[in-house]
Design a protein around this ligand. Structure first.
Ligand code: NAD
Length: 317
C-alpha cells in the first residue's frame, strides 16, 4: 500500500481536481453506482469527537473509510484540532491500497461541494458573496466559490469578529473588496455560505433576500445549527445525501419540527445528471445542505494516490 502523508497532499490535489472528483461522485450517487455507509460518530469526552465516514463507488472502483474527528485540546499542543486519515481498499479483494492524510482533503472536498451547489443553483449573475463564519474552512469556501461566479465583493459575519481579518486576507488575495457586516446586511448577498460550528441558528429568514442561494456547510453532526428552520422550510432544499441531511445536516431541525418533508429534499446529483432542473425561478431561495459524505473523501484521496503514483511520491510499504 502507498502512504501519502498530509504534507504531500497540497502538491497533489488542486481545488479544480476536487471539484471534478466530487461532481463525479455526486453524479455516481444519483445513478445508484455509489453509496455511503452509515456514519459512525462517538463522543470521547472533554469535547473530543471520533468517527468514520465510508462508502463504495462501484463505477469508480473506490472503497474506503475516513477515520477522524475533533480534538479540541490539540491547539494547545501546536496541533490542528481536526484530525483525519483516509484508508482506501481494493473493492474486489479488500486489500488496503493506500493511506492518505485527510486534513487538506477534507477542506478541499467540502469547499468543492459548496462550489458545485453554487455553480448549479445560484443566480448566474450573482455579484455579492456573503459568508457566515471565519474559521479554518471559511477561506477554502471563499476560494472555491470565487471560481464559479464573478463576485464583485464579499461581506462576512462571524460571532467572533477577531477572526474576520484572516478571511479578509483571502478576499484581498482574490482581488475582492471585503466588508465585515451585521447579519441583516446579508440581504445584499445573492450567495451566502454558512460555515460555523454553531449550536444554534444565526442566520434568520429575514436576513436573506429572494433569489439567494445558500450553501449551509457547517452543520455535520446532530445538534449543530446555522440557519432558522423556517428559512430551510421556505427554500428549495438540495443536499449531498438525504439520509445525512435529515439526521446530521442543517435540515435535521426543519424536518424534526415538522416544517419540512424529507421527501422534498433533492440530492444535488439529480441536478448534475439532469434528472432535476435545479433552480426554477429567479425569486426562489435555493439551499444546499452540505453534510459531507464519505465518498467525497474517498474521491479526492483517490486523486491524491493516482498523482503520487504517477510522480513516484509517497511511501510504498
Ligand atoms: P473552526 O473551529 O476553525 O471555526 C469555527 C467557526 O464557527 C468560527 O467561525 C467560529 O467563530 C464559529 N462559531 C463558533 N461558535 C459559534 C457560535 N456559538 N455561533 C456562531 N458561530 C460560532 O471550524 P472549521 O474547521 O472552520 O469548521 C466549521 C464547521 O464546518 C464545523 O462545524 C465543522 O464540523 C464543519 N465542517 C463541515 C464539513 C462538511 O462536509 N459539511 C466539513 C468540514 C467541516
Amino acid at each position: 500500500m502507498l502512504i501519502v502523508p498530509e504534507a504531500l497532499v497540497a502538491s497533489l490535489v488542486s481545488p479544480d481536481d476536487a471539484f471534478v472528483a466530487v461532481e463525479a461522485t455526486f453524479a455516481a450517487m444519483a445513478r445508484g453506482e455509489a453509496y455511503n455507509f452509515p456514519v459512525v460518530r462517538e463522543a470521547l469526552g472533554e469535547g473530543r469527537q471520533y468517527g468514520f465516514k465510508s462508502g463504495i463507488d462501484r463505477a469508480g472502483g473506490v472503497l474506503g473509510v475516513k477515520a477522524g474527528g475533533y480534538f479540541p485540546g490539540n491547539a494547545a499542543k501546536g496541533l490542528v484540532n481536526h484530525q483525519s486519515t483516509v484508508f482506501l481498499f481494493d473493492p474486489d479483494t479488500g486489500q488496503p491500497t493506500a493511506m492518505v492524510g485527510g486534513g487538506l482533503l477534507t477542506a478541499l472536498r467540502t469547499a468543492a461541494a459548496s462550489a458545485i451547489s453554487i455553480d448549479r443553483l445560484a443566480l448566474p449573475d450573482a455579484r455579492v458573496l456573503g459568508i457566515v463564519g471565519a474559521g479554518h474552512q471559511a477561506g477554502f469556501q471563499l476560494r472555491a466559490a470565487a471560481r464559479v461566479r464573478r463576485f464583485e465583493r464579499v461581506i462576512a459575519w462571524n460571532r467572533h469578529p477577531e477572526m474576520l481579518p484572516r478571511l479578509g486576507a483571502v478576499a484581498a488575495e482574490l482581488g475582492l473588496p471585503f466588508e465585515a457586516v451585521d447579519l441583516p446586511r446579508m440581504r445584499e448577498a445573492e450567495v451566502i455560505i454558512t460555515i460555523t460550528s454553531s449550536p444554534a441558528a444565526s442566520l434568520m429568514a429575514g436576513h436573506v433576500s429572494a433569489g439567494t442561494h445558500l450553501a449551509c456547510m457547517g452543520t455535520d453532526p446532530k445538534g449543530k445549527q446555522e440557519v432558522e428552520p423556517a428559512l430551510v422550510a421556505g427554500a428549495s432544499v438540495f443536499t449531498d445525501e438525504v439520509a445525512q441531511s435529515v439526521s446530521i445536516g442543517e435540515a435535521q431541525h426543519a424536518v424534526g419540527t415538522g416544517l419540512l418533508d424529507a421527501s422534498s429534499i433533492v440530492p444535488i446529483g439529480e441536478v448534475l445528471i439532469g434528472r432535476h432542473p435545479g433552480r426554477r425561478s429567479a425569486d426562489e431561495i435555493t439551499l444546499f445542505d452540505g453534510t459531507g459524505v464519505g465518498l467525497q473523501d474517498l474521491a479526492v484521496a483517490s486523486v491524491a494516490v493516482a498523482r503520487a503514483r504517477e510522480r513516484g511520491l509517497g511511501v510504498e510499504v
